[in-house]
Design a protein around this ligand. Structure first.
Ligand code: 0O2
Length: 246
């Protein structure tokens, strides 16, 4: 009974907030005006799904052949309406649906977190070479880190989505990072939103140092993985010789 009452109260609350968003006299008009934006966001969501599926297929094949996964996780995000608005304003473009498609590259975002740097380049290369993918831009902040120490590989891709009445080309930003680079970027992101820190400069300097450690760590870990793989291969060869390959 109590939970039935709570459900009723919740429904009433929802109705009230819907009514606040859509005045009774013009709900249709409001929705009609928002339609192109809502549709475009759905198209970006579809593009994210396409790219995510492509990466998952590469992952499945690689893990079958090499017995390990080339990436640890994938995070996806659709830029929020407020961030879209702010970015268009900042760049001096009109805030319209046309501007979003024309000027913004990162409304659809995919972040691929790998264990090792060489997996980043292998995955980025395999994805870029697919015949329905066009690479519009490539920024290698691993080879050339930003002055603050930021490292990642960024690709702006154009990929098709197949809707019921059309094929549409959509832009997706894909960021590839190692686990350590991702850890660094999320901490550094916090610094950006805290401008009035007393010891901000010192923190920024420490972050730059950490970025150098991270580079050394990533490549050392990769070296260790290679050594393990090589000695595993030799042990397997020895075993095959002993058993005659059975
Ligand atoms: P958010 O909130 O993550 O989306 P652009 O304006 O995007 O076309 P830009 O800024 O030159 O051109 O693109 P760049 O350098 O490829 O950066 C795009 C995204 O990379 C950023 O998106 C961040 O997500 C990430 N990034 C770039 N530089 C840094 C950095 O120094 N630190 C951290 N933590 N992340 C960074 P947004 O739109 O800035 O933010």
């Amino acid at each position: 009974m109590e939970s039935g009452k709570r459900t009723e109260e919740k429904r009433e609350e929802e109705n009230q907030s819907k009514a606040a968003m859509m005045p009774d006299d013009k709900p249709g008009e409001l929705l009609e005006e928002a339609r192109p934006f809502i549709d475009l966001m759905m198209h970006y969501r579809c593009a994210i799904m396409e790219v995510e599926t492509k990466l998952k297929i590469l992952d499945a094949e690689f893990s079958q052949e090499h017995n390990r996964n080339p990436f640890e996780s994938i995070k996806t995000r659709l830029k929020s309406p407020m961030s879209i608005f702010q970015k268009l304003r900042k760049k001096g473009y009109p805030v319209t649906v046309e501007s979003i498609e024309k000027y913004l590259n990162d409304v659809a975002g995919v972040r691929v977190i790998c264990s090792f740097p060489d997996d980043i380049y292998r995955l980025a290369d395999l994805l870029s070479r697919q015949d329905d993918i066009e690479v519009l831009n490539r920024k290698d902040y691993i080879e050339n880190p930003k002055p603050n120490g930021y490292r990642s590989l960024h690709l702006i891709l154009r990929t098709p989505i197949y809707l019921s009445r059309e094929k549409k080309l959509m832009r997706v930003e894909v960021q590839f990072r190692t686990i350590a680079m991702d850890f660094w970027a999320s901490l550094e992101h916090k610094l950006k939103y805290k401008q009035d820190l007393e010891d901000g400069e010192d923190i920024a300097r420490q972050l730059r140092n950490c970025s150098d450690f991270i580079e050394a760590l990533d490549y050392q870990m990769q070296g260790i993985r290679d050594r393990i793989d090589r000695s595993g291969g030799k042990a397997q060869q020895g075993e095959n010789q002993r058993t005659g390959g059975l």
